[in-house]
Ligand binder design. Sequence first.
Ligand code: MOS
Length: 749
Amino acid sequence: MGKQLFSPGEKNKALDRVDGRLKVTGAAKYSAEYQIPGLTYGVLVTSTITKGRIKNIETKAAERAPGVLAVISHVNSIKVPGFADNEHPTEPPTGGRPLRAFHNDRVYFNGQPVAIVVANSFERATYAASLVKLQYDKEEHTTDFEANTGKAVLPAQAKKNTDNPLNDYNRGEADAYKTAAVKIEAEYVQPAEMHNPMELQSIIALWEAGDKLTIYDKVQGTKPTQNAFAKEWKIPLENVKVISKFVGGAFGNGLHNWPHESAAIIAAKQVKRPVKVVITREQMFTMVGYRPRTWQKIGIGATPDGKLVGITHEAIGQTSSYEEFTESTLQQTRMMYAAPNVSTRYRILPLDVSTPIWMRGPGEATGAFALESAVDELAHALHLDPIEFRLKNYTETDPEKNLPWSTKFLKECFTTGAEKIGWSKRKMEPGTVKAGEWLVGYGMGVGTFGAHRGTAAVRAKLSADGNLLMQCAVTDIGPGTGTAMVQVAATALGMAPEKITFDLGNSDYPMAGNQGGSSTVNTVGSAVQAACKALKQKLKDLATKKEAAFGTADADNIIIKDGKLSLTDNSSVSIAISDLFKQNNLPEIEVTEESKPGEEANKYSKYSFSIHFAEVHVHPKTGQIRVKKVVTCADAGTIISWKTAANQMIGGVTGGIGMALTEDAVMDHRYGRYVTKDLADYHVPVHADVPPIDVWFVNKPDYIVDPIGTKGLGEIAIIGVAPAIANAIFNATGKRIREVPITPDKIII
Ligand code: MOS
């Protein structure tokens, strides 16, 4: 992999992943791997039509097959109490009401679960599922996005609330770009992109009692999932326990609950045994969310000397017929540049498909492809370097909210990134730099995402042997949350990281929301720091009884080192933790602290920023595209955990390469069915597609976002990557491709 660039001195301080050994040795336990006595296996039967009703379901052969415990469909499913709510939703239905498994005879999309077969082995369940035969009353389906864009609507949540940011937006004069001396207008297409983490979506559902449910589930939040299923079953919150200790990648699809989860829980109740459901790779393409197909149009204009006059950005995103999905596709356009006039219009198009869901850089990654491509195109029309053009329209305050930025160090990213990619080798005229037969191009794209912070609580227990155990309900979908949290605690306590454990992924632990929206380190890290502070205060109070010097000491100067409580500014004063515990007759010291954002932060506009630079080689005869190098620079506040943060950036860029060059969910509209449903037909970038990626962080704290100075980086890692590559392809070839993925056929035609 690529060289990772750190600020001087920081690299050596970087922790290895605290769970790295568990993961590479296979000791880490994922949701499907729990050995539960009496476990049974559920396999889903899915619809082969796209819209209509189930006329008949023939289950006898399956029921008679060896090892089968039950075949459950809408015909015999127990009634899920929560499913009856909102039976006749106002049209279009608003978000947050997932498909209700086996609730009625309706088919809403192709590949919808219509039955679950439960057997005493996975193989037997799979075989029996093949014996279930269905007859349908088929109805005409509508899946073709392009043919139906005229039916796109303002989301219901925007209609209901005029303050909702999904409403139309105008700053200054509407569509003012049309009056500009130099302007372009263009349309952009982002196809559906399917969630393909390594770990398949999986769940084990276990009813401990009639109203007491435990699930081992692949999710991005144990508390939100606990909440969802408590509501679905109308049982007390504390009767639902969600375990999600390790997650083998999730880029947003674990932020929602899906029909396979409800199916497993229904089945477990019905067969009175624990039921495991692991969906197939093919089913990953049909029922657990995806980045929605999105059409966009941008009009953008500037004065001849390169001052933006106006931007109009429209988008239509796909959603399902039974649930409204929206995302903030147009947000970056509203706040990134100092344009006096900006108009945005967002619509959604309900089709007979399954519901999309957030996928890394949700909305913004799609929007940035259009915006940053258009900015590049306009810069070219103005004969300006794309960096110079962006700097001419740089804004030191948020032009949308009219607020100061909490922090913004994007200029540092321009300078450093340009230097590291070798921007000086770039020629304005496309096709003029060559490497043998290959055309060489350089491009860049800017990304941004809100620096969000929520509420979280952390329990910290210090034991007499000087080990610290922290607990929080948060999950880790791969960024290395445990590692970062250990680092926060080690810094806060002056303690050796080897003595600290961060235990997560259990809804019984103190509060944390979803791991999503790049907010975990901001949110949970702040709670870790608060817990450490409280712990120090307790220790200080105990120590003062014995050693007066602790009483007057500043809490910041108290550290836990080598099993002793010490003062950084007076090495002669220290007390062994074990003595402290003995003297006070305490087996351990425990604190739980909650942390949440204050009012002060609302006076600022809070965003993380990134710039991605790409060098691309294109073969003019074959249209083959090789990304040769990427430099990715991020203003994400303080970097807590350097290795895992750099890993995140590399992962995001890799996703961006997929978005730019390979990922494309293709549907056959005759059947309303995706034809790309495995990793051979749907190509995610592999090592051969991914060049050296240099990561550079500004690493300047933002204490307005949170007390540890972080801003979040999961999303900005991908937002802006696809346009950087598209712009580099233009610079190499003179071809402006506005529909991703940019495949060779689009280059050679
Ligand atoms: Mo992310 S799309 O918030 O998992």
